[in-house]
Design a protein around this ligand. Structure first.
Ligand code: GLV
Length: 339
């Protein structure tokens, strides 16, 4: 292992992963509940070769520019919109993420949001707790059926596919939109039909978003998009908040243009608009898509193992900017090896 490697860990990772990392490099664990960002992050990163980072602390151009020693960013998340990857690549910094280990956990949460909103679970739970329930009634808390409905999946990547499998199990039909059509085998396994975004918006009974946040997908679901959906539609978002225009969503819900929404992510986290909080037809979660013991353990391991593998000269599978590998190897060759 390179003897002088210094790594900052900006948030909690599992104890096992922390131990493994500490036996490989000199580590600095930031343990405060407050987010580590901006100037404080820049200062704490001084002299570090790598950072094991989380969604809450953006690795901006400014952070990168002010830490020229940085060689690797290991994001403990599959999405990496919190990192300026273009800038990192320019500066020959390797970026890692955690794909493949959180698909089922995230798809479970998306499905939970769908069924909770369709069947008014949170509202019904509050109703029982309030002591207002007076017994069985045929017209109490009527929701929407799932079976036989058409679900529109925006982004049929690994998480979108895991969500589609759950929908199939509940007797739903799957249509999807994304720039490039999925493999024929995936389409046939999921009985998924590729359609344009507009067709998906107008045909779907439920819509679930599973695309990454990019310049192209920012506010993909805006006022125009929401004007196309059925008034009985439920929108689920477990991807990234800014894919949906908050104001347009609130207006659509208020004006009855959308039946409900299930949200795990928000445009300006952790701020959740008061209008959404006041609505009973909206299920709100605090960005917990991948929050299971096993999944978070796997995410921590993948980030740390990837970092160790990269600094040991073997390209890990979870590199985001693969073209940077050779430059990264050149940069780390100057670190003394004690192997
Ligand atoms: C969580 O949101 C992730 O991208 O892993």
């Amino acid at each position: 292992m390179p003897s002088k490697l210094k790594v900052l860990v900006t948030g909690p990772i599992t104890e096992e992963a922390a131990k493994k990392l500490s036996s490989f490099a000199e580590t600095d664990f930031y343990r405060s509940e407050n987010k580590l960002e901006g100037q404080e992050l820049i200062q704490r990163l001084q002299g570090c070769d790598a950072v094991v980072c989380q969604l809450s602390g953006p690795i901006t151009k400014n952070v990168i520019d002010n830490n020229p020693n940085l060689k690797l960013l290991a994001n403990v998340a599959v999405g990496y919109d919190n990192i300026d990857v273009e800038e990192a690549t320019k500066k020959e910094i390797l970026v890692l993420n955690t794909p493949g280990v959180l698909d089922d956990a995230t798809a479970d949460i998306a499905f939970a949001l769908l069924i909770s909103t369709a069947r008014r679970i949170v509202e019904a739970d509050k109703f029982v707790r309030s002591g207002k329930w007076e017994g069985f009634r045929l017209d109490l808390m009527l929701g929407e059926d799932l079976a036989g409905k058409t679900v529109g999946i925006i982004g049929l990547g690994r998480i979108g596919q895991a969500f589609a499998r759950r929908c199939l199990g509940f007797g739903m039909k799957v249509i999807y939109s994304q720039r490039n059509r999925a493999d024929a085998r995936i389409e046939s396994d999921l009985k998924a039909i590729h359609v344009s975004l507009d067709e998906l918006l107008s045909r779907s009974d439920f819509i679930s978003i599973h695309c990454p946040l990019t310049k192209e997908t920012t506010h993909l679901i805006d006022e125009r998009a929401l004007s196309l959906v059925k008034p009985t539609c439920i929108l689920v978002n477990t991807s990234r908040g800014p894919v949906v225009d908050n104001n347009a969503l609130i207006a659509a819900l208020k004006n009855g243009k959308l039946y409900g929404a299930g949200l795990d992510v928000y445009e300006h986290e952790p701020d959740v608009p008061a209008e959404l909080i006041a609505m009973d037809n909206v299920t709100l979660l605090p960005h917990i898509g991948s929050a299971t013991e096993d999944t978070r353990k796997k995410m921590s391991e993948l980030a740390v193992d990837g970092l160790i593998s990269a600094f040991s000269g073997t390209q890990p599978s979870n590199v985001v900017n693969k073209t940077t590998w050779d430059a990264f190897c050149r940069r780390i060759s100057s670190l003394t090896s004690t192997k």
